[in-house]
Write a protein that binds this ligand. Structure first.
Ligand code: FDA
Length: 397
C-alpha cells in the first residue's frame, strides 16, 4: 500500500523549506524528500557563512528570465520585508552591506537561517526524509505517485524544488529538469552564472601574478549592462562581485569592457601632473590611482607606453585615459558549475502560473526556486526568489 500525503516537496533547500512551512501552516500533510543527508546546504555556505538572505531593494529588474515580468507576482505576494519580519521574529541580528545586501551579523550566521526555516517547519503535519532516491514519478487521476528508496508514496501536489546545477559537490543534480522534460515542459538552456571568468593562456600568464589584488571598476557586457563593484585578479582569471554579476550577461566569445578608473578623472590627473612634474613617468603617475603592479603589467603587455609625461602629446594622454576607461578583455570561459553560485535558464516560465507556480497544463505539479528560469543578481536576490516562489506555492499546494 502506498503511503499518502497531501504534498510532497522534493528538495530541502531554500525554496522547498519555505514551501513546506507554508503548506504545513495550512494544515496540509507534507513530506519533504532530499537525497542529501541534511537540509539547506547552500544556505549554510552562502555569504561566506553569513548568508546574504535578501536585499533592501528588490524588484523585477534584479532578475534575468526569458519573461522578465514573471517574478513580479511572487515578489509582491511575499516581499523582502516579509522575510525581514521573520528574521526579526527569530531575533536574528543582521547588517546592511553595499547595495542594500542583508547579512547575518555578530553571533548569528547561516546556521540560524536554516534553524529558523526548520523551526517554521516544526509541525506535526510535516515530515522530513533524507538520503532519499526518488524515481518513478507518475501522474494519477488525483495527483502523483512516486517511489523513494523503493517505497511507494502518493500525493495530491508535487513540488519540485531541487535547484539548479551549480556546485554538484553540494548535491546539485539535473533532477528538476528531468521531471520537467518528463511532463513535456521546455527547459531553457542552462549555463553557470555568478561565476568567475577564466582567461586565455597569455592573459592568464600576465595577470595571474596580480592574484589577490582587488580594484573598484565599472564592468560592461556587450548588451550594455553595467555593474560598478570590485574586480579581483585570481590565479585562474578574474573574479570579484563585478565579474560575478556580469557573468550572467556574458556570452562565450565576447569581450567585456572594464573601466579601471571609474572614480578618477585620469585625463585631469595626467594634465595636472604634466604641468607640475613633466619628468615624472606615466607609470609613477598612474601608480597614484591604480596598483603599481597592474600598471606595470599593462606596460609589459604594451597596453600602455611608459615614458616621461612631457614626451606625450595631449592626444596621447587622452588616449591613455581612454584606454584605462575602456579596457577590453575577452574571457576564455567561466569556472563553470564547480564554483558558480547559480544556474541561468531552467524550466520555461511560460508553463507556470506566476501567481501560484503551478504548471498550467498539469494540475498539482509545482516548480519553485532556482530550477525555474529565474536568476537573480548577486546580493540576496536568489534567496528572495526562493522565499517568494516557495511561499506562494505553499498557499496553493
Ligand atoms: P537548492 O540547491 O538550495 O536546494 C535544492 C535541494 O534539492 C538540495 O537540498 C539538494 O540536495 C536537493 N536535490 C537535488 N537533487 C535532488 C535529487 N535528485 N533528489 C532529491 N533531492 C535533490 N544566494 C543569495 O541570495 N545569497 C547568497 O548569499 C548566496 N550565496 C551563495 C553561495 C554559494 C557558494 C552558492 C553555490 C550559491 C549562493 N547563492 C546565494 C545562491 C542560492 O544558494 C541558490 O539560489 C539557492 O540555494 C537555490 O535554492 P533552491 O531551494 O532552489 O535550491
Amino acid at each position: 500500500m502506498a503511503e499518502k500525503f497531501d504534498v510532497v516537496v522534493i528538495g530541502a533547500g531554500a525554496a522547498g523549506l519555505m514551501c513546506a512551512a507554508q503548506a504545513g501552516e495550512r494544515g496540509r500533510r507534507v513530506l519533504v524528500l532530499d537525497h542529501a543527508k541534511k537540509p539547506g546546504r547552500k544556505i549554510l555556505i552562502a555569504g561566506g557563512g553569513r548568508c546574504n538572505f535578501t536585499n533592501y531593494d528588490v524588484s523585477a529588474k534584479h532578475y534575468l528570465s526569458r519573461n522578465p515580468h514573471f517574478v513580479k507576482s511572487a515578489l509582491a505576494q511575499y516581499t523582502n520585508w516579509d522575510y525581514i519580519s521573520m528574521i526579526y521574529k527569530y531575533g536574528i541580528e543582521f547588517e546592511e552591506r553595499d547595495h542594500g545586501q542583508l547579512f547575518c551579523v555578530g553571533d548569528y550566521d547561516s546556521k540560524d537561517i536554516v534553524k529558523m526555516l526548520l523551526a517554521e517547519c516544526d509541525k506535526p503535519s510535516i515530515q522530513f526524509r533524507y538520503q532519499q532516491a526518488v524515481d518513478n514519478i507518475e501522474q494519477q487521476a488525483n495527483g502523483f505517485s512516486l517511489t523513494t528508496n523503493g517505497h511507494e508514496i502518493e500525493c495530491e501536489s508535487l513540488v519540485i524544488a531541487t535547484g539548479g546545477l551549480s556546485m554538484p559537490k553540494l548535491g546539485a543534480t539535473p533532477f528538476g529538469y528531468k521531471v520537467a522534460a518528463q511532463f513535456g515542459l521546455e527547459v531553457l538552456p542552462t549555463s553557470a552564472a555568478l561565476v568567475p571568468f577564466t582567461l586565455h593562456k597569455e592573459d592568464k600568464e600576465d595577470f595571474s601574478e596580480l592574484s589577490g589584488i582587488a580594484i573598484p571598476v565599472e564592468i560592461t557586457a556587450k548588451n550594455n549592462t553595467k555593474f560598478k563593484e570590485a574586480l579581483l585578479f585570481t590565479h585562474r582569471g578574474l573574479s570579484g562581485p563585478s565579474v560575478l554579476q556580469i557573468s550572467s550577461y556574458w556570452t562565450p566569445g565576447e569581450a567585456v569592457e572594464v573601466n579601471l578608473v571609474p572614480d578618477v578623472d585620469v585625463q585631469a590627473l595626467l594634465t595636472r601632473s604634466l604641468e607640475k612634474h613633466p619628468n615624472q613617468t606615466l607609470k609613477n603617475t598612474l601608480a597614484k590611482v591604480l596598483p603599481k603592479r597592474l600598471v606595470e603589467v599593462l606596460i609589459e603587455r604594451k597596453t600602455l607606453e611608459d615614458k616621461p609625461l612631457k614626451q606625450f602629446s595631449s592626444k596621447a594622454l587622452e588616449d591613455v585615459a581612454n584606454t584605462l576607461e575602456h579596457w577590453s578583455i575577452a574571457p576564455n570561459g567561466t569556472e563553470g558549475y564547480r564554483t558558480a553560485e547559480v544556474t541561468l535558464g531552467g524550466v520555461n516560465t511560460d508553463h507556470l502560473s506566476s501567481k501560484t507556480m503551478e504548471c498550467k497544463a498539469i494540475k498539482g505539479l509545482y516548480f519553485i526556486g532556482e530550477v525555474v528560469d529565474v536568476t537573480g543578481w548577486l546580493g540576496g536576490y536568489n534567496f528572495q526568489w526562493c522565499w517568494s516562489s516557495g511561499y506562494v506555492a505553499g498557499q496553493w499546494v
